[in-house]
Design a protein around this ligand. Structure first.
Ligand SMILES: [Zn+2]
Length: 459
């Protein structure tokens, strides 16, 4: 800034000096041209008078000349008759002196002063960085040079070419290169300053970016850690609850069987009652089987619970994923704000929350898309199995072997579930397809209407 103000002042000074010089020169040259014109006129007149009459100086004319040159006391300043050559020499002497004197005029001196001022004024950057340059590098030589020699001229490299568009001239230049090539070179000193500035700016840029990056990574680590803690906590809770649930298994029966090891007269009243109850049953294992059945149902409930806990864990997963996207977005925003201050609009918390939910929806939709793709794969596999005849084989086997929990039966149940789920998926996907179909039909209808209207107009 300061430097440009100085430059402007200097150039303004130079410009006004040149303008004044121009006016002065114009008037001076005008006068000289006038003198030349007069001389030429004189010559013309002489040519004409010589042609018309002989030059006769009579008495009257002599008197006239004398009276013109009378300076009093009968003294006469009689002009020396000038020869033509003398006349011309006098004129050109006058012209030469007049033109030469221009370089001594005040305006000319001012112009030269302005030029010298601009030439000697160093740039502020240069002044600052020269102080930082180790003295040995630039003080040894009057014109600093590189430790390389120009391939073409065998001379020291004293300037370099950093023009983006002119790589063909070679990047290193000696004195002769500079004279040969019509491009702008920069001195080594200048290049060194530019390099220092570049390094400074680059470091600044890099450290800013690193800072942003570090901030983002910290945030992401924080999120993942939270997810990890969540998982750790939930999973270890699950594991210990499974242990607990396992320990509950058959507890009553085990307790009872322990007592059974005792002799009948060692048992208390209640146990005797239970023993009699058990022994009096037709199916003596019924009690144990009932207990086991009850336990199985309790386990089923327990696993339902574990399953829903796992499902909430998936939600944490999605939330974390969403949070990462928010962080990325914020990063992008701060970068944009850095470039453009105008984008700094405050977003209300409600809108922020809504945007978060929108992103969550996107995550869910991704799961849906994955499901749809998985459905296609599964259908492909099913038809492959059908083609191989493997599928029918199991279904037929099941019909022959009718025990409740045979492996074929389990397979049949699973296959039925697969068919139900596939149908559900098909409906969900079809919904989208139907909408597309509907749009297509609507468009066709409109096109048809336009055609009919057009025909009506024509007929
Ligand atoms: Zn060279």
């Amino acid at each position: 800034m300061e430097e440009n103000v100085l430059r402007l002042t200097n150039l303004k000074q130079l410009s006004s000096s040149i303008k004044q010089f121009k006016i002065q020169i114009k008037s001076e040259l005008g006068k000289l041209l006038q003198l030349i014109d007069q001389q030429m006129e004189q010559i013309q007149i002489e040519i004409e008078t010589k042609e018309s009459k002989l030059e006769i100086k009579n008495y009257d004319e002599e008197i006239q000349i004398l009276s013109k040159n009378h300076i009093g006391n009968f003294n006469y300043n009689i002009p020396k008759p000038q020869t033509y050559k003398e006349k011309d020499l006098a004129l050109i002497q006058l012209i030469q002196e007049s033109i030469e004197s221009q370089s001594k005029s005040q305006n000319f001196i001012q112009i030269m002063e302005s030029i010298n001022l601009i030439r000697s004024s160093e740039s502020i950057n240069q002044q600052a960085s020269i102080n930082q340059i180790p003295t040995k590098e630039f003080d040894q030589h009057k014109t600093p040079c590189l430790n390389q020699i120009c391939n073409k001229h065998n001379k020291e490299i004293i300037m370099i070419n950093i023009n983006y568009n002119e790589p063909k001239f070679g990047r290193l230049a000696c004195v002769e290169c500079i004279q040969e090539n019509p491009i702008q070179y920069v001195s080594l000193k200048e290049a060194n300053n530019m390099w220092n500035t570049f390094i400074g700016q680059s470091e600044d840029l890099i450290s800013k970016h690193n800072c942003r990056r570090e901030q983002m990574f910290k945030q992401v680590i924080e999120e993942i850690k939270q997810l990890k803690d969540n998982y750790n906590h939930s999973l270890s809770e699950m594991l210990s609850s499974i242990d607990e649930q396992f320990a509950k298994n058959n507890q009553e029966i085990q307790d009872f069987l322990k007592q059974e090891n005792k002799q009948i007269f060692e048992l208390d009243e209640k146990s005797v009652e239970m023993m009699i109850d058990l022994l009096s049953q037709q199916d003596k294992n019924k009690h144990i089987l009932q207990q086991q059945d009850k336990q199985d149902r309790l386990d089923q409930l327990f696993y339902q619970n574990v399953k829903s806990k796992l499902e909430t864990l998936i939600k944490h997963d999605l939330l974390c994923k969403q949070q990462l996207m928010v962080i990325l977005q914020e990063q992008q925003n701060t970068k944009n704000i850095g470039n453009n201050v105008q984008t700094d609009i405050k977003i209300s918390p409600e809108i922020n929350e809504f945007m978060s939910k929108c992103q969550l929806q996107e995550q869910y939709l991704k799961i849906f898309t994955e499901s749809a793709n998985f459905k296609k794969e599964l259908q492909k596999e099913a038809s492959q199995l059908e083609q191989n005849g493997v599928l029918q084989q199991y279904i037929v086997l099941e019909e022959k072997n009718d025990t409740e929990d045979s492996k074929c039966n389990i397979f049949k149940q699973k296959y039925k579930q697969y068919e139900i789920n596939t149908e559900k998926m098909r409906k969900l996907i079809e919904d989208d397809e139907n909408e597309k179909q509907l749009m297509l039909i609507k468009k066709q209808k409109e096109d048809l209407k336009i055609k009919i209207d057009g025909k009506k107009l024509l007929s």
